[in-house]
Design a binder for this molecule. Structure first.
Ligand code: SF4
Ligand code: SF4
Length: 194
């Protein structure tokens, strides 16, 4: 008996998910031909468990879970180098933003707890001051991770160079920024409840 051709779903169970992922993240991910220009320019690539180009490839295959569980999306510094280097105009930096949002919405935390702790301290600082207050941010992070003494020398050097102000400078639109945080948290709670 002649064997029937395998269906597309049997060959690649990720295909359906890939189109959904693409719709959620925006941009034409299928345009990526793995030239690695994004990865070779990324200043954080040495510390990442998945390179930017690997992330795009996994998303093409609908493997969003593997991407959301990686530390790379949290290590991305949002410098936009990858987006400007991509010959196919894939906005990888924006995709990284969306992936972090997706991870938070799904309650997926980065494997390295220190990364999550730094992000929490950063967001708390922005919510409180309307911008990042470096001294408070680094102190909160160091205390949480038991690294206060380890970073003391660096902190003092930065302080004497005028890079670590003791008094925070709040932005004038602080209330509006706080409102944005509250709206986001409300929407996130609604999404989780639905
Ligand atoms: S935006 Fe993120 S992924 Fe892109 S080059 Fe910068 S650090 Fe790397
Ligand atoms: S630069 Fe663009 S096309 Fe090249 S690997 Fe990165 S995402 Fe793909």
């Amino acid at each position: 008996m002649e064997k029937e051709d395998a269906s597309v779903e049997e060959i690649s169970p990720g295909l359906e998910a890939a189109s959904e992922v693409q719709e959620r993240l925006g941009g034409d991910l299928t345009a990526c031909f793995q030239c690695l220009k994004c990865t070779s320019g990324c200043p954080m690539a040495d510390h990442m468990d998945l390179m930017p180009a690997e992330i795009i490839r996994l998303l093409q295959l609908g493997q969003i879970h593997r991407v959301l569980e990686s530390d790379s999306i949290w290590l991305c510094a949002g410098c936009l180098t990858c987006s400007t280097r991509c010959p196919n105009e894939i906005d990888i930096a924006h995709i990284m933003d969306k992936l972090r949002q997706e991870a938070v919405a799904r309650g997926i935390k980065p494997g390295n707890e220190k990364i999550a702790s730094f992000h929490k301290a950063f967001l708390k600082s922005v919510k409180r001051h309307g911008r990042s207050f470096e001294s408070g941010l680094l102190a909160a992070y160091a205390i949480k991770n038991g690294e206060l003494m380890k970073n003391m020398g660096l902190g003092m050097t930065m302080f004497f160079k005028g890079k670590m102000p003791i008094i925070p400078k709040n932005v004038s639109g602080r209330k509006a920024i706080r409102k944005m945080f509250e709206n986001y948290q409300r929407k996130l709670a609604e999404k989780k409840g639905s």
